[in-house]
Design a protein around this ligand. Sequence first.
Ligand SMILES: [Zn+2]
Length: 375
Amino acid sequence: MITKLSFIILSLLMLNSKAAEHAVILQYHHISDSTPAITSTSPELFLWQVNYLHEQGYQILPLTKVIDAIQRKQQLPSKSVVLTFDDSYESIYSNAYPILKEKNWPFAIFIDTDGVGKNKMHLNWQQIREMKANGAEILNHSHSHTHFVRQQSDENKQQWLQRIRKEINLAQSIIKRETGSDDKIIAYPFGEYSLEIIDLIESMGFVGVGQQSGPFGYNMPDSIVPRYPMGAYFGKPASFMQKLNTLPMPLKNYPKVEPVQLQNFNPALALDFKLDNEGQKRKLLNQFQCYFGANKTNISWSEIDNKALTANVRATNNIPIARSRYNCTLPVKGFNPEVTPKEDVNNKTYYWYSQLWIRPKKVSADYHEIHWYNE
Ligand SMILES: [Zn+2]
């Protein structure tokens, strides 16, 4: 019944607006002034964001429907946005939910099931069930919020992957027992994945959601769904408005690149562009940029033929210990005038693509002993 109703709503929304092949997914943790800044959005800023989304005519859609539509290559409304919250923090209920309920907007909460009811900082199942009854999708964030990519020194590869499989299955069964929800969508704890973890969740029939930034669109792997983190300054008005306007980087294909680097701390990212004309090629060569922290990366180009170019992106210095990213942008204006949104008066709409990197603290000479960083 709910599925059918959502489908009808989605169909109606699509009649009213220009169609798109992507959606922007936002990621929140705490909505609070008294929690760690990096994972927090103040209630005032959150309210401002909600009002902005409303006034600007953004369509707030359920995550399950957006993923389904993109997997099936069905059109979405041109201003599709999804709101997601990670972890089982109480401030979602106290500070975000009343605002979203009033708007009658859907949202998703990725729950680490072991955290539920732990203390006053955390949600309890009653609150979660109430939010579910009012538009929340309750999804998997593992049981203990462990780092999926970390194989322990006392376990072999099979034991490690079995442990992660158990984490996912346990959380899924608890969510099903407590709320009745059984959507196979997991957000990686800390946004950390590796190619082996991708293989695992795909073999389990799950969609995997990350924290690397960018809009989610057609032909992207659904095991590394991108989201825009909204903590700290990322959610401030200028950054927020810019992210809402982004489009998927016009790549020939969206590669699955191994983020975990044990020996190469200067990893290369190869991105294949398909070009329609000379103008696009010039635009790409002149204006495609990637950033690593605050610095620009090196980009070298290889020409496949006159209709295809590969950008070889590499940071100018080593990636730091822990998580980092290459963030790549290309202004939309001039590259594809057809899809330039009308509001792009200041040439501020960008194609966007991000690649995650993960570097351990210390790796032994034979790569068998890995020391990880503390969170
Ligand atoms: Zn989390």
